[in-house]
Design a protein around this ligand. Structure first.
Ligand SMILES: [Zn+2]
Length: 342
């Protein structure tokens, strides 16, 4: 019997079925799957690739071809939704610049209006088209994941994070109104991603991390929206929250996603008994080991993650653009070596 495809393996794990070995992917996380070396190898560079569906798809496929990582993922940044709603974006001119919101344009709930053509705005059509291309080119073999923001994070981007975090304390009604609005946007965009051909939608909610709000505030403001998003999405779905998320892991597991993606600060062995059937993705150190470490350091961390009970080996928060390909390959090889199920 031949080896099963990476797509089948990832699907089986997320659905709780038995597999030959642990998958090695980067389906979730704030960073992506594409690094600077991959841009140089293909001659396709950021920021162009953020704005062109063909280039985006080609780079996503190159990340598999050049590193062996068992997935493809788009987009490579985190700001499609705020951009579509009118926030100004700074793309940066360098190949390692990550686009960010430069100007937040919403100050009161009255200013929030649901557009009737969301899927035509900003770069949303670019991402959806790129998913369609991926589906056609590699969709039978590799799992395709795509990103939609968590409602709390999107709401904070619309208002500006500093102001929004003050509202959490002083204007809870504003927070609720912004998060409600963001929830509708996220659901519509995520549904369109599945329709375009994405197999797995990642909801990335970094602003809901205990690094920024308390676990009580998470339960109060962010969690109900995450549950509503999960309830409205029929396909495979993942929830990523980075930072020191251990205190909210049981809540994350209760939100209704197939898997949760956590960083290295979260002890997988400790949370394993707390998450029920929800799968744990992680948690190789994105900012230190993968970015600056040696391949043997990566291998050692992969071994630890697998022994701790990771269901899928992934970077804690995606790959930073300057991550060397040799370290991504080391993550892949180490998972193939230590992740075999007996
Ligand atoms: Zn993250």
């Amino acid at each position: 019997m031949g080896e099963i495809s990476p797509k089948e393996r990832a699907f089986k794990v997320l659905k709780g079925e038995k597999v030959d070995r642990i998958p090695v992917t980067s389906l979730a996380g704030c960073g992506g799957t594409v690094n600077v070396e991959m841009q140089e190898a293909t001659g396709i560079y950021w920021p162009d690739a953020h704005k062109d569906p063909e280039k985006m798809a080609k780079l996503a496929i190159a990340s598999y071809e050049l590193s062996g990582l068992e997935c493809v993922r788009v987009p490579f940044d985190f700001v499609e939704e705020p951009e579509a709603l009118g926030c100004k974006i700074k793309f940066g001119e360098k190949v390692d610049s990550v686009p960010a919101v430069a100007e937040h344009v919403f100050n009161t709930p009255e200013e929030l209006k649901m557009p009737d053509n969301l899927l035509e705005l900003g770069r949303i059509p670019v991402v959806l088209k790129s998913i369609e291309i991926l589906k056609e080119k590699v969709g039978d073999f590799l799992p395709i994941s795509s990103l939609a923001l968590g409602p709390f994070t999107l709401a904070a981007m619309l208002a500006g994070e500093a102001k929004f975090l003050i509202w959490v304390l002083k204007k809870p009604d504003y927070v609720r109104a912004f998060v409600d609005f963001a929830t509708s946007i996220v659901i519509e965009y995520a549904k369109a991603q599945y329709k375009a051909g994405s197999h797995i939608v990642q909801i990335g909610d970094p602003t809901a991390s205990p690094d920024l709000i308390s676990p009580d505030q998470f339960r109060n403001f962010a969690m109900p929206a995450l549950i509503e998003v999960a309830n409205n999405l029929d396909g495979l779905k993942l929830l990523h929250i980075c930072g020191k998320a251990e205190a909210i892991v049981p809540d994350m597991a209760d939100c209704g996603y197939h898997g949760i993606s956590v960083e290295e600060s979260v002890n997988i062995a400790k949370i394993k008994p707390l998450v029920g059937n929800v799968k744990i993705l992680g948690n190789i150190n994105s900012k230190r080991t993968l970015l600056f470490g040696k391949p043997e350091d990566v291998e050692a961390e992969v071994k630890v993650a697998i022994n701790a009970g990771a269901d899928m080996v992934e970077p804690g928060c995606g790959f930073a653009p300057r991550t060397p390909t040799r370290n991504i390959k080391a993550m892949v090889e180490a998972t193939k070596k230590f992740g075999v199920k007996t």
